[in-house]
Design a protein around this ligand. Sequence first.
Ligand SMILES: Nc1ncnc2c1ncn2[C@@H]1O[C@H](COP(=O)(O)OP(=O)(O)O)[C@@H](O)[C@H]1O
Ligand SMILES: O=P(O)(O)O[C@H]1O[C@H](CO)[C@@H](O[C@H]2O[C@H](CO)[C@@H](O)[C@H](O)[C@H]2O)[C@H](O)[C@H]1O
Length: 473
Amino acid sequence: MSENNTPDQPDGTEALQSLQDFVLGARWFAGKGRDGQLAGLEQPDWIVEPGGQAPAVRAEYVTVVYPDDSHEYYQLLVSYRPEPVGEFLIGPALDPDLGYAHDAPRDVEAMRAVLQSVLAGSQVPHAWAESLPDGAKLRGDLTPRVFGGEQSNTNVLLGDVALMKIFRKLEVGPNLDIQMHDALGRARVSSAARLYGWVSGLLTPFSDEDWVDGAEPPEAQRVDLMMISELLRDARDGWELACGLAQSGEGFAGHAAALGSALAEVHLALADTFGASTLTGTDVAATMRARLETASAQAPDLRDRRQALSSVFDGLEADALRAQRVHGDFHLGQTLLTPDGWKIIDFEGEPMKSFAERQLPDSPLRDVAGLLRSFGYVTSVFDDPTGEQARAWLAEAREAFLDAYSRDAGPIDPAALAAYEADKAIYEVVYETRNRPDWVTIPLSALEAIALSADTTSDATSDAAAPAADQEN
Ligand SMILES: Nc1ncnc2c1ncn2[C@@H]1O[C@H](COP(=O)(O)OP(=O)(O)O)[C@@H](O)[C@H]1O
Ligand SMILES: O=P(O)(O)O[C@H]1O[C@H](CO)[C@@H](O[C@H]2O[C@H](CO)[C@@H](O)[C@H](O)[C@H]2O)[C@H](O)[C@H]1O
């Protein structure tokens, strides 16, 4: 711990140990397997002051450092209660007067008090709610309920009105999910949820040496802590829906076409708001080859295919590519089918990319390829994923999606698309190796097919432009 954060009471070690165990073991902790250690804790002002009826709450920032000297910040939203509540207990508070620290998102009373404080605005020192719309249905008496599904942050449902996303891994600077939702809302894009507002705080950047030397700490920086958006009611997860349809032998072409139009709408609005530029094909190919090299070091299965895959990137070299802000990690799990049509969520980009990389303009083909890869993953649910049925399902979905997208957003260069599909599958091999080793055969078999057809591909919608169907995991 940095010096100023060392607790001055005898039981501080236990409190810090329980904090560390909580962070390193959390579903949202992104540094699994990297030997991270808690190295700093900043406890800013209260969101809900102690001494009231509701538990006191504050957003606390934890710094985790890794053996390679890199570090990450995580947000704990902590509620304090005099007695431990087993279900959401973190451990004893650093300050014994505060009793016990709890994971506030799961503490209904605490979250209601947080909501009221955020709505009141002025009650939140070093944090402020912005753009909460007049007349929004947000009310302080809504019942908060933590969302249990798969997620990298922590989402809390506010009645059946709104969703509060509590960002866990904090980045200095504007949060991309907030920024993109804000832009899409202003552009009146129908395929994204409305943003109601957000809360930001001030974080003092971690610097072990400065703190230990007693020097002035670095200047505090703004970090985005939470965002509140429209709750999309009766929404069905795109991944589950597509897998369910495939399992019962039903096609996905109609949905794929609607997703193509939704993505085109989002891309056009993002280009309008943030502008467009061009990338040199040679530079993009070089970046993809570098990613292939790094990935091959981490996932040995890729090594034998390196040369063939590298040649897929040749397809980029002749031309310049149009670049703009994109979703960055678009797959079926980032889509929800609602009674008002398809909605696209979670605009934070690939979790394994740095914040700086995720902000960079990229080709819209990044997202087009992302969804095509997702269709490929779906074919793993077929009994014979490389067989006729899977091939037909995939070809139909791909064609419908690409037709609808290019009708609204313009033509697609098949060679460039094939390169983006290969790049995405390479990313997936690393992602699956780290997170779900049993699934790694899905992107690996796709890469095998891409490598095999590298020299013959010319039609983006043909079976040859991508794997016929991805192999079952
Ligand atoms: N606006 C929304 N309305 C309803 N459900 C949503 C909304 N946004 C996200 N979800 C649900 O919450 C889950 C997690 O959302 P996501 O934005 O991916 O969060 P995270 O960044 O925590 O992974 C999604 O898979 C979806 O089921
Ligand atoms: O949703 P996240 O931003 O956490 O995205 C990561 O996890 C995804 C898996 O949940 C992963 O997606 C891969 O698996 C999906 C099926 O589960 C599939 O539809 C996607 O095409 C495939 O890439 C995503 O890559 C990763 O960044």
